[in-house]
Design a protein around this ligand. Structure first.
Ligand code: PRX
Length: 635
C-alpha cells in the first residue's frame, strides 16, 4: 500500500502537522479520515466536547473497519503476508496468512458467528491464547458488527465471570487449552467455572488448539466442525462510525474494573495514524508487537493498527524466556523483524539474563524498537539501545492508555531527541497539558515543570463511555478537571516540549505493565474468611516495575501459619496470577487518620524499605500501629 500523506517523515512535516492540527483540528483529522474506505462520508466531523462528555467523530458516516484492515489490502496485494504466527515451541510449524487468506478466515468465522445467532450489537467475550484465531475472532466480530470484549487469558474464572456478566455477552469464544512456555492452562474448563450464573451466554465456541480433553456442555460448539461448511464469502455489515467496536475492561482506583468503550470510526483513524507515525513502516516491513491481545496494546498494535497499514504482522504465542532468554531475538532474526515493540518488564528480565543472548543473533533487520506500558528506567533503556538496537535504532517510548486507544506521546521513529526515560513530544493533533491540583494549566516557568497530565482537546480514538455506566466515565476521567480528560498520571515537561511520565498519581499500580487497582486486590483479600481488613500498595520492583505489597488484619486468635499463602491464593482465585501479592504481611493494625482513612503514604514507604523516613505520623489515630508493622516486618 502507498504510504499515505499523514505518515510524517521529516521534522518540517512534523512542525507543519502540529500547527495545522492546532489551527483547525477538525480539518486536520478530516483529511486523514478521507484516506480510509467508508460506505458513507460524514457531514459533521466532530461534535461534543470534553465538558459535556459526549464527543463524537464522523457521527453520520458509515463503514466497516474490517474492509480497511482486510479487503482494501486483499484487493491490491492478496498474496502479501498479513500474519506470521510464531508458535510457543520454536520447533513447531510457523503459520502464515496472506491478506487474501485472512479475508477468507475472517469471513468463515463471521459466518459461523452468524449461524450461532450473533448479530450486530451483541457482545462476544474472547478468552483465548495468542493464536491467529484470536485476531480472526476480533475481526469477525467487527465484520458482523458484534462488540468484542477480549479478556486476558491470565484472568481467573471469577474475573472472567464479572466481565461476561457486565457486558451481558451472548457468546464466549475460547480454546481447549493455552500453552505458554512450559505451562499449560485448560481455558475451556476455566470458562465452565466462569459461566455459573451467566444467563446471557447462549454459545461457547471452542477452538481446538492443544487437543486436550475438556469439559463441554449443551452450550458448546467446536469451531473446527462449524468451519468445515462455512462459506469464505461474507458481506461486512455497515456500521455507524460511533457504533461500539469493542469493550476492554481495565482497572481503576475504585470499584470493579470498568469496560472502556471504543467506537468504529475514530478508533480506526487513530490506530493507523499512530501506528504509521510512531513505527514508520515501509511497504514490505515486518512488525512485531509482543503484547497479548487481551490488553489494549494487543488490540491497537497487533490486530488493528498493523493490518490497517497493510504490513506483515508477527504474532507470538510464547514467552520471552522459553526455551531460553534468547527467544525474542531468535524470532526477530527468523522473521527479519523491522519494528519491535515490547514492555520494559520484558527488557529488564532479558537484561538480567545477560548480554550474550542478543549478541548471539543477527538483529540487523531492526529499524525501530519500542517500549510501552510503564516508565522505562535509564538502565533498561541503555541496554535496549546498545544490545538490541545496536546504537542505531531509535527507541520509541510510547505513552498511552486503554482509554486513549492509541499512542499519544512518543518520538516518531527517528524524529525527536533520544533521551532515556522521556517519552518525547505528543503526536500532532494531541494536546497534553500539565495541571496543578486546582486544575490550572502550568506555565513553563522553569526548564522542567511537573504536574498532572491531562488532555485538552478531543482526539478520534478517545474513550467514549464506560459500558453500561456513562456516569462513571464522566466521574473518573472528566470531572476531576472540568474541560479536560484526566489521565491519572503525573508527568514532567521540558522547555523543548518533551514529556517524561512519572507514573500514576492514584491508587492504581502497574505490575509488569499490567494495570491493577489496589481496591480490587483488597476486595479479593477481604474475601478470605479470616481477614478483617487489608491495604495494598505498590513498591519498587527490579523486574516488574512495581510489586504488590499487602497488609492484612486477621481475626484475633487466627493461626498465622500458611495464612499469607492462603491470602495470595485468594487473590489468584479472584483476579488471576498477575495480581498475586509479592508480600503479605499479617498486622495487628493499619495506620489510620483520626477520620479512619488508611495512610497509604506511610504503607508505601514501609513497603519500599524507607523505614527511617516515614514522615509525620503525629496525625495517626494510633501511632503504635506503625511500630507494630515495622516489628512484624523484622520478624
Ligand atoms: O501509568 C501509565 C502507564 O500505563 C498506564 C496505562 O495502562 P494501560 O491502560 O493498561 O495501558 C498500557 C498500554 C498502553 C498509564 O496511565 N504507561 C503506559 N505507557 C507508558 C506508561 N508509563 C510510562 N511510560 C510509558 N511509555
Amino acid at each position: 500500500m502507498e504510504k499515505p500523506f499523514f505518515q510524517i517523515t521529516t521534522e518540517g512535516q512534523f512542525q507543519d502537522a502540529t500547527e495545522r492540527a492546532i489551527f483547525n483540528p477538525e480539518l486536520y483529522w478530516e483529511d486523514i479520515a478521507k484516506t480510509f474506505r467508508w460506505r458513507k462520508r460524514w457531514t459533521d466531523i466532530q461534535s461534543g466536547n470534553l465538558t459535556d462528555v459526549n464527543v463524537k467523530w464522523f457521527e453520520d458516516a458509515t463503514l466497516n473497519i474490517t474492509e480497511n484492515c482486510i479487503d482494501r489490502h486483499a484487493e491490491t496485494h492478496p498474496d502479501k503476508t498479513a500474519i506470521v504466527w510464531e508458535p510457543n515451541n520454536p520447533d513447531d510449524t510457523v503459520k502464515k496468512f496472506s491478506y487474501a487468506e485472512l479475508r477468507s478466515e475472517v469471513n468463515k468465522m463471521s459466518n459461523v458467528l452468524k449461524a450461532c445467532g450473533v448479530e450486530k450489537g451483541d457482545r462476544v467475550c474472547l478468552y483465548l491464547p495468542m493464536i491467529p484465531e484470536a485476531c480472526f475472532a476480533m475481526l469477525a466480530c467487527a465484520r458482523i458488527g458484534a462488540v468484542h470484549s477480549v479478556v486476558f487469558a491470565g484472568f481467573s474464572a471469577n474475573a472472567l465471570r464479572d466481565r461476561i456478566k457486565d457486558a451481558k455477552a451472548k457468546m464466549v469464544i475460547t480454546s481447549d487449552g493455552l500453552i505458554r512456555g512450559g505451562k499449560k492452562l485448560l481455558l475451556r474448563n476455566i470458562v465452565s467455572d466462569a459461566l455459573e450464573g451467566c444467563d446471557s451466554v447462549e454459545t461457547v465456541l471452542t477452538i481446538k488448539h492443544t487437543g486436550d480433553n475438556v469439559q463441554t456442555n449443551h452450550l458448546d460448539k467446536w469451531y473446527h466442525e462449524l468451519k468445515e461448511n462455512a462459506s469464505a464469502q461474507f458481506e461486512a455489515v455497515e456500521m455507524s462510525a460511533e457504533d461500539p467496536l469493542f469493550i476492554l475492561y481495565t482497572s481503576g482506583s475504585t470499584g470493579a474494573p470498568k469496560g472502556v468503550v471504543h467506537t468504529c470510526g475514530g478508533y480506526m483513524v487513530y490506530a493507523e495514524y499512530s501506528f504509521r507515525n510512531v513505527f514508520q513502516p515501509e511497504n514490505d516491513d515486518v512488525f512485531w508487537c509482543t503484547a497479548d491481545v487481551g490488553w489494549i496494546t494487543g488490540h491497537t498494535y497487533i490486530t488493528y493498527g498493523p493490518l490497517l497499514a497493510g504490513v506483515t504482522n508477527v504474532m507470538f504465542e510464547g514467552v520471552p524466556t522459553y526455551p531460553d532468554c534468547g527467544r525474542f531475538w531468535a524470532v526477530c532474526e527468523k522473521h527479519k523483524v523491522n519494528q519491535f515493540y515490547t514492555a520494559p518488564t520484558a527488557i529488564r528480565a532479558l537484561m538480567a539474563a545477560g548480554d550474550d543472548y542478543p549478541k548471539n543473533y543477527k538483529l540487523d533487520s531492526l529499524k525501530v524498537i519500542g517500549s510501552v506500558g510503564e516508565p522505562i528506567n535509564e538502565e533498561a533503556w541503555k541496554w535496549y539501545w546498545k544490545y538490541v538496537g545496536k546504537e542505531r535504532c531509535p527507541i520509541v517510548d510510547t505513552w498511552w492508555q486503554t482509554e486513549t486507544g492509541g499512542i499519544m506521546i512518543s518520538n516518531l521513529g527517528i524524529l525527536g531527541e533520544q533521551r532515556p526515560t522521556f517519552a518525547g513530544r505528543p503526536l500532532p493533533g494531541i494536546h497534553p497539558v500539565l495541571l496543578d491540583p486546582e486544575g490550572n494549566e502550568k506555565e513553563q516557568t522553569e526548564d522542567t515543570i511537573e504536574g498532572l497530565l491531562a488532555i485538552k482537546q478531543p482526539w478520534p480514538s478517545m474513550i467514549r463511555t464506560t459500558w453500561g455506566n456513562h456516569g462513571r466515565c464522566r466521574a473518573v476521567y472528566f470531572t476531576p478537571f472540568l474541560g479536560y480528560y484526566f489521565t491519572g498520571d503525573g508527568a514532567k515537561r521540558t522547555k523543548e516540549g518533551m514529556f517524561r511520565i512519572i507514573g500514576r498519581v492514584d491508587d492504581v499500580i502497574n505490575v509488569s505493565g499490567h494495570r491493577l487497582g489496589t481496591a480490587e486486590i483488597e476486595n479479593a483479600i477481604n474475601e478470605h474468611d479470616k481477614v478483617i481488613e487489608s491495604a495494598v500498595v505498590g513498591y519498587s520492583h527490579d523486574i516488574k516495575g512495581q510489586g504488590v505489597f499487602a497488609f492484612a488484619i486477621c481475626e484475633p486468635g487466627t493461626n498465622s501459619e500458611g495464612l499469607s499463602e492462603e491470602i495470595s491464593e485468594k487473590v489468584i482465585d479472584m483476579i488471576g496470577k498477575i495480581a498475586k501479592p509479592d508480600h503479605v504481611l499479617i498486622v495487628e493494625a493499619l495506620p489510620k487518620t483520626r477520620s479512619g482513612k488508611i495512610m497509604r503514604r506511610i504503607l508505601r514507604k514501609i513497603a519500599n524499605g524507607e523505614h527511617d523516613n516515614l514522615g509525620d505520623t503525629s496525625t495517626l489515630l494510633d501511632p503504635n500501629a506503625v511500630e507494630a508493622i515495622l516489628a512484624a516486618i523484622k520478624d
